[in-house]
Design a protein around this ligand. Structure first.
Ligand SMILES: Nc1nc2c(c(=O)[nH]1)N[C@H]1C(S)=C(S)[C@@H](COP(=O)(O)OP(=O)(O)OC[C@H]3O[C@@H](n4cnc5c(=O)[nH]c(N)nc54)[C@H](O)[C@@H]3O)O[C@H]1N2
Ligand SMILES: Nc1nc2c(c(=O)[nH]1)N[C@H]1C(S)=C(S)[C@@H](COP(=O)(O)OP(=O)(O)OC[C@H]3O[C@@H](n4cnc5c(=O)[nH]c(N)nc54)[C@H](O)[C@@H]3O)O[C@H]1N2
Ligand code: SF4
Ligand SMILES: [Mo]
Length: 705
């Protein structure tokens, strides 16, 4: 057997290490996947990782560019497709200005693709309108950590540190299904009775917790304020740390004084005694109280709300009160989701950002990056619209007339789909680059077939802020090319005539290093050679002889005075809260077997047969009231839309809550129902909760008859 190609899983941010070998099983893909030992996955893989090779040669894999002719997507050559798109862009920009063309990126793109996408938007298109699906993902945590710590690296410590912690608080994360191999890192905390999970459902993660706080959806902020209240009230806070390392040692008292556990119980439904128990358990694990370490982590359950930034801020404040950030086996971290969710948010895909996590409205940053790109700083556009606002503006008189999508399946994954559908339909030009004909690609005027993980070289930055190598094991099928080829091919055809778009990912990475140099996310010292030699490099890594930074905040935070900012926050209600005709909470999230919009995993037979279609998980009490058996059909109605689906009756979910996974397209897309109310700071939509009415379909038929 050959040594195989050492790479990483194509899906989530855990980036489990794998080795690819030539295929040995017919029908399972052109290569076989074997787990490889690595600090995050410790030799483990989840079912998606094991079956990932199947996506490489699915029967409907895109292998040639397509142009819509007489309404039908028709095969075309690359030259024809690039010429066509460039001409259309040219005409639209000449008539409506540069901002009339928008670009939408993805957190699954390699660092090189993400960097090139941001540069392409700013240099070749000169448009301000670029954003990406990370806005839907960890943007609330990013906003909160930037605000408090002056830096946004999801986990500011290696994941293995969690494995040495005595207590772990997971707020709105279902790690056991969304990153199964990571559960190994909870073993010590489990042994010590220290795992606390906040989730309205008894998920597999909640099932392994010592304390499950099964809070009412949308009330995490109140709950965490109450936990902090107990810590301060019972003298369990680290006062020295608050004095020395934060800017407002007394502020937390003021902002949490009103959140005594009995009051929080009324809002969250979590018994006051359980709130006290959890607070004491976490405090006992804090190093200042003689514990072996305490980690607080948030997932999308806490973050995808119109108050997500403030909820994460409350979690950070609790961590600061306990003196955790920068201490051994302790701290606050956001569990980044997408494969390159971390790197994807550092190199300029964001509306307000230049490479190195620089701010696009900072004159010094503009000058530095413009110099690397060989353009005049005055020619760089300013900040653009965030994802939902960008989608809302598509096709409007003032808004973009063309959209280029790289690495997102918006028509399944964006909130309030009726409006997304309308906006996409009103475009003059929709271009989608993808590996498969996703639901969004099927709406496009032009589709570009691109290479995916095992067919390309590149780098990804995992949830730990560690840069890793993606390596090529196969030749791309048919005429598929890297996204890099699209940026280069269009750039040379546009009036800006930019030639600074390399097809070689190693060259692009070297340019990215230069562009990030001196920025917050500094990659200057990270080279492919060092990575290939097996060095574990976490950013910031400013020089060739710098060892990288696995742990942040040991002595100072990345704020001007080095102190963490305590931002005072208070609880507020869900944007679309319960009402008489919508008396339950609809919450959305993930299943073990499917990834995101399902564009990839719904095409893998083993995964599709395990979870073939959408369902609504609801409590037996709700089912009885409606007279719906397990598997019976229900209709869900929210202020934005309705859908019919099978009921999955389970006492794991709160009686006031219905859970629906978001992995399905068409009539199975729960985002027909979700709310696009935005967090004022992060611009994150409120995917996680809205009011819903549930009806038995038999009853709806009676009513309409
Ligand atoms: N299998 C699988 N794994 C994945 C992905 C996938 O699609 N499938 N995607 C990857 C990506 S991009 C991401 S972002 C991560 C996401 O990983 P997670 O954050 O773990 O995933 P979710 O299922 O979206 O949400 C977690 C939990 O939030 C709960 N929840 C809903 N509303 C609330 C609330 O108001 N408060 C609290 N506390 N909890 C609430 C849900 O019940 C759910 O169990 O997973 C990554 N890994
Ligand atoms: N209701 C609800 N909605 C949600 C969420 C939720 O919890 N609830 N979660 C949100 C979150 S956290 C996220 S991250 C989003 C994700 O949702 P999407 O942005 O739709 O993400 P994916 O489904 O991963 O889509 C990625 C697409 O890129 C393609 N692709 C893969 N590799 C490449 C590549 O290298 N280049 C190009 N051009 N394409 C590639 C894939 O085939 C796929 O079609 O969904 C959000 N939507
Ligand atoms: S946990 Fe994430 S990275 Fe690991 S195998 Fe599963 S999907 Fe892949
Ligand atoms: Mo995500």
């Amino acid at each position: 057997m050959t040594a195989g190609v050492a790479t990483h899983c194509p899906y989530c941010a855990l980036q489990c290490a794998t080795t690819l070998h030539p295929a040995n099983q017919p029908g399972a893909g052109p290569v076989s996947v074997e787990p490889r030992d690595f600090p995050t996955n410790r030799g483990g893989l989840c079912q998606k990782g094991w079956t990932a090779a199947a996506v490489l040669d699915v029967p409907d894999r895109l292998t040639t560019p397509l142009i819509r002719k007489d309404g039908v997507l028709t095969p075309a050559s690359w030259t024809e497709a690039l010429d066509y798109v460039a001409e259309r862009i040219n005409a639209l920009q000449a008539e409506h200005g540069n901002d009339s063309v928008a670009v939408f990126g993805g957190g699954g793109l390699t660092n090189e693709k993400a960097y090139a996408l941001g540069k392409f938007a700013r240099v070749a298109l000169r448009t301000a309108n670029v954003d990406y699906n990370g806005r839907f993902c960890m943007s609330s945590a990013a906003a909160a950590t930037n605000r408090a710590f002056g830096i946004d690296r999801g986990l500011p410590f290696p994941l293995a540190d969690v494995g040495d912690a005595q207590a772990v608080l997971l707020v709105g994360s279902n790690l056991a299904e969304t990153m199964p191999p990571a559960v190994a890192h909870l073993a010590k905390a489990q042994e010590q009775g220290g795992v606390v999970v906040v989730d309205p459902r008894r998920t597999p993660t909640a099932a392994l917790a010592d304390v499950h706080l099964q809070a009412t959806p949308g009330t995490d902020l109140a709950l965490v304020l109450a936990l902090t209240h107990v810590v301060l009230q019972e003298g369990l806070a680290d006062q020295d740390y608050l004095q020395e390392r934060t800017d407002d040692p007394d502020g937390l008292h003021r902002s949490t004084a009103g959140w005594w556990p009995e009051r929080a119980e009324r809002v969250t439904g979590v018994p006051a005694a359980q709130i006290r128990q959890a607070a004491r358990l976490l405090a006992a694990a804090a190093p200042a109280n003689g514990g072996e370490g305490c980690v607080i982590m948030t997932g999308r359950g806490a973050e995808q709300h119109s108050k997500g930034t403030d909820t994460v801020t409350a979690c950070i404040n609790l961590a600061l009160a306990l003196g955790l950030p920068g201490r051994a086996n302790s701290g606050y971290g956001c569990i980044t989701g997408q494969g390159n969710g971390q790197g994807g948010r550092e190199h300029g895909q964001k509306a307000d950002q230049l490479p190195g996590y620089r701010k696009i409205d900072d004159p010094a940053a503009r000058e530095y990056v413009a110099n690397v790109w060989g353009v005049d700083p005055a020619d760089l556009p300013g900040p653009g619209k965030s994802a939902v606002e960008l989608i809302d503006a598509l096709g409007t008189p003032e808004g973009p007339k063309a959209l280029l999508v790289h690495g997102s399946n918006l028509i399944v994954s964006a909130p309030r789909l009726a409006s997304v559908r309308e906006r996409l339909a009103s475009l003059d030009l929709l271009v989608v680059a993808d590996v498969v004909p996703s639901e969004t690609a099927l709406l496009a005027d032009v589709v570009f077939p691109v290479t995916q993980w095992a067919e390309e070289e590149g780098t990804m930055t995992s949830l730990e802020g560690r840069v890793i190598r993606r390596r090529q094991a196969l030749r791309p099928p048919g005429d598929a090319r890297s996204d890099l080829a699209i940026f280069a091919g269009l750039a040379e055809r546009l009036p800006t005539r930019s030639d600074g778009f390399s097809l070689d990912p190693a060259e692009v990475f070297d340019e990215l290093r230069e562009a990030s140099k001196g920025g917050i996310a500094d990659y200057a010292g990270i080279s492919w050679d060092r990575l290939d030699a097996g060095e574990a490099l976490f950013w910031p890594c400013p020089a060739d002889d710098h060892p990288g930074t696995p742990r942040l905040f040991a002595d100072r935070f990345a704020t001007p005075d080095g102190k963490a900012r305590i931002v005072l926050v208070d609880h507020r209600a869900v944007a679309d809260d319960l009402r008489a005709d919508a008396p339950l909470y609809l919450v959305t999230g993930r299943l073990l077997q499917h990834y995101q919009s399902g564009a990839q995993t719904r095409r893998v037979a083993e995964l599709a047969s395990a979870e073939p279609e959408v369902f609504a998980e609801l409590h037996p009490r709700v089912a009885t009231r409606l007279g719906v058996p397990d598997g019976g059909e229900v209709e869900l109605r929210t202020a934005r839309g309705s859908m019919r689906l099978a009921a999955r009756v389970s006492s794991d979910v709160r009686p006031d809550t219905v859970f629906v996974p978001f992995h399905y397209g068409g009539a199975g897309a729960v985002n027909e129902l979700t709310n696009d109310a935005l967090d004022p700071v992060s611009r994150m939509p409120e995917f996680k909760v809205c009011a819903v009415e549930v009806l038995a379909v038999a009853n709806t038929r009676e009513v309409s008859a």
